[in-house]
Every structure is written in C-alpha cells, then in structure tokens.
Design a protein around this ligand. Sequence first.
Ligand code: ADP
Length: 482
Amino acid sequence: MKFGLRTKLTLLYAALFAVVLGLLGAFFYHAMAARLDTGVTDELDQRAAGLRGYINFVDGKPTLVYDRDDPEETHFIRLATRYYQIYDAADGHLVERSREMDLLDVDLSPDEVAERIAEPGIDEFDTESDRLRFHNSVLRAPDRHVYLLRVGASLGPLQATLRELKKTLELMIPAAVFVAALGGWFMARLALRPVGELRRAAHRISISNLDRRLPQSGTGDELDLLAATFNNVFERLQKSVEQMREFSVSISHELRTPLTALQGEAEITLMRASTVEDYRRVLTSQLEELGKLSRLVNQLLTLARAESGQLKLEAREMDLSEMVRSLAEQMEPIASYSGIRLAVTGAEPGTWIAADPQWLERVVLNLLDNAIKFTREGGSVEVAVTRANGEARLQVRDTGAGIPQLALPHIFERFYRADGSRSKEVAGVGLGLSLVRSIVQAHRGRVEVQSELNVGSTFTVVLPLARAGAEAVAEPSGHLAG
Ligand code: ADP
C-alpha cells in the first residue's frame, strides 16, 4: 500500500506522539501508585504508633484507655482500631480484635503470630472484597509479657484511585493522539500545499511553452529554492531547445539549396541533354555538389558527436610543431594560388602534446583554410607554435578581412557566418570554427580570437603540454600523418 507524504507525516507524528504520551502516562501512573502506596504505609505507621500510646495493661491485659468525651481522640481510636488485633505471643491466641475483624474472620495461627513476633513488619492479605495491609509491632507489658499488635488499613481506596487514574489515562491518551494527528494532518497540508502548486505548475510546462516558470514565493525556504532550481533547469532547457530549433532550421536550409539545385539540374538534363558528353558534364558537376553535401553531413555528424561528448580521441604524444610545419607545407600551394604568402614564423621543435593527430589536423587545417579564405590577394598568413607556462600555443595570424566586433562572440556558433553578403562569395557553411572549438575543448584546451576589421585576425589555440616545460627527449612511438 502506498501512502502519500502527508499521510506518512501524519502517521509518523501521531505514532511519535502516542509513544511519548504512552511513556509519560505509564511513568505518571507508576509514580502515582508508588506515592499512594507509601502514603498508606506511613499512615499505618502513625496509627500504630498513636494506638500504642492508648494501650494500657489492666490486670496484665492490654486495654484501650482514652477520653471518650474527646471527639478527636474518639475519632482517631475509631479509625485506628477498625482493623486491629492483639495476640498473646506466648501461645499465639487472640486477645483482642475489632468488630470489623470479627466479620472478616482472618485470624493468625500461633505459628504466624510467632513469625511476626520474630520479624514484625508489613503484611497484606485479600478478603472477598478488599485488600488489607497490616502493620505488626511488639507490645511489652510491664510484667514482661509480650503481645503482637496488628493495625490494618484497607487498600481499597488506593486501588480505586489508581483504577480511576488508569481509566482517565486510557481515555485521554488516545484522545490527545487523535487531536495531535488531526493537527499534524492540517499542518502537513499547510506545509505541502506549495508542493502541490509546484507540481501543477510543472505539469503545465511542456516543450511548447518552456518560457513558463514555476511560481516562486520569494521566502527563500527549501521549496522556494527548489522552485528556483527547477526554473534554472527550465531556462537551460529552453536555451538548448531554441538552439536545436535554430540548428535544424539552418541544416534544412543548408541542405535544401543544393538539393533543389541538383534536382533542377537533373530535370533539365533529362529534358534537354542528348549526347553522352552532356550527361557526363552534368554528372561530373553533380558529383562535385554531392561531395560537398556529403562533407557537410559528415561535418554535422562530427559536430553532433563532439558536442554530446562522444568524440573518440585516440590521444598519443605528438609534436605540435612538426604537425603544423607539415600542414603549412601542404596548404602553401593553395595559398600561393590565391596570391597569399603562407609562412611558419616559428615552431619550436619538441612541443609535445597529448592529442589525437587526426582531430588536431582538422583544427589546424580549418584555421589555415579560414585565414586563406578571408585574406585578399597580396596578404599573408603566419603560423607560429610556442611554449609557455606548461602550455603549447598555436597562432594563425592573417592580414585579411578581419571580423566585426559585434560578430566576434558568435563566430564559434554553428552556422554563424559574419557579414552575410561578403561571406556568400566565400565557400563554407559556418561549421568550421564550431568544430575547432569542440575538438580543442575535447583536448582540454581553448581557442581565442583577436581581430580588427580590415586589418586581420589572429586565432590562438592553447593546449596543455604533455611534458610541461620539458624539452623533447624522446621520439613519440608513432609517426605523424602529413
Ligand atoms: P565558414 O568558414 O564555413 O564560414 P567558420 O565557422 O569557419 O565557418 O567561420 C565562421 C565565420 O567566422 C566565418 O563565416 C567568418 O565570417 C568568420 N571568420 C572565421 N575565420 C576568419 C578569418 N580568419 N578572418 C575573417 N573572418 C573569419
């Protein structure tokens, strides 16, 4: 059976209350019983002591002597002698007893008398309707004759009081527990009401209205903090969902344009082309377009993997300088084709980093590619690798178009391309830098950019050194791909 939090709290509260009250009640009952009990014994002691003062020995026989006109004395004697007996210690026979004792007929045998003479004290016995407690003491007559004096009292009133007390407790405790449970139930309701409100509010928030927020009371209590935390989560979710939406719009857009072109071209070719040569020409151009599309899809896939942290790095120790030199060499013909001077201005050998060479190659190539793309004929691109503070720094500096200040914070976003009109002339879809950043971050590094419009840009990739500050001492096990 499943209980709600409110029921659980109430039950727990009631149970705790019942236990505490039960223990308290039991303690109170026993303390009371003990007090009443010693009260009876003390009273008996006093009665016996008092009574001894009124016992005289007339002709050697113990006799009660008191002033019958004194109401106080008479009252005391009546009280003290209600249950009373005197036995002769010599043979154990009863000498004297009160009327009440006549009726009860509970006399001691000579052995019992002898026992009590030897060890006077308290004893008790039950009658049909009552329990009696007796105080035994030894009386000595002037002639040295010994008697046993028994003074008793009924425990009935004490037992009745305790019974009453028990009944009251048995009634009061459940009633108190019930009232407490009721109070607990209402308190739990009061405390949990905001939870219900939060639940309902959270229920109303879905992917289509992620701009909604949970109500915050502003009191700063636990529930308020919970609501704030949830709101924070919703805010981040909202941002991610928005990014995803933008992303899918961009992807669809990027795919639609070339697909429409391909489709149109194919339709026209089907209608018009007649020679094998025509088909060959169109197919060749289409293959080129398809190649671009498939590169785009691959880039997207890589980026998606990188961003979800699924980029598989096969890291090993490699020399960044060596890789950069080799890649720059590879790109040099492309740069000079565009009339751009590409030079490695400094690359200290032995800049060892732990990296996946294939992925890092993508980083360097993307940066070089961008630098060449956005630099006019006659400009230059300089590459340098340096070491400082346990870090390797790769710098790609160009004298190209530069990036507007407003665009700078966005260039690493997917599909972002600064200054649309100009960028249209330059190939690319705006994924290169996002990929660069994802790869560098997967290598526990960072990318920085400085740029001035119409002056040039500098991209800096910072990666942790595998052998901080150390010069190269050994060759890495594998060799770098060119
Ligand atoms: P793409 O190169 O495909 O446009 P990127 O993500 O590589 O996409 O770059 C995003 C944008 O950043 C580019 O469109 C361009 O506006 C700007 N950018 C990147 N590198 C440079 C550079 N070296 N000089 C000037 N602008 C650059």
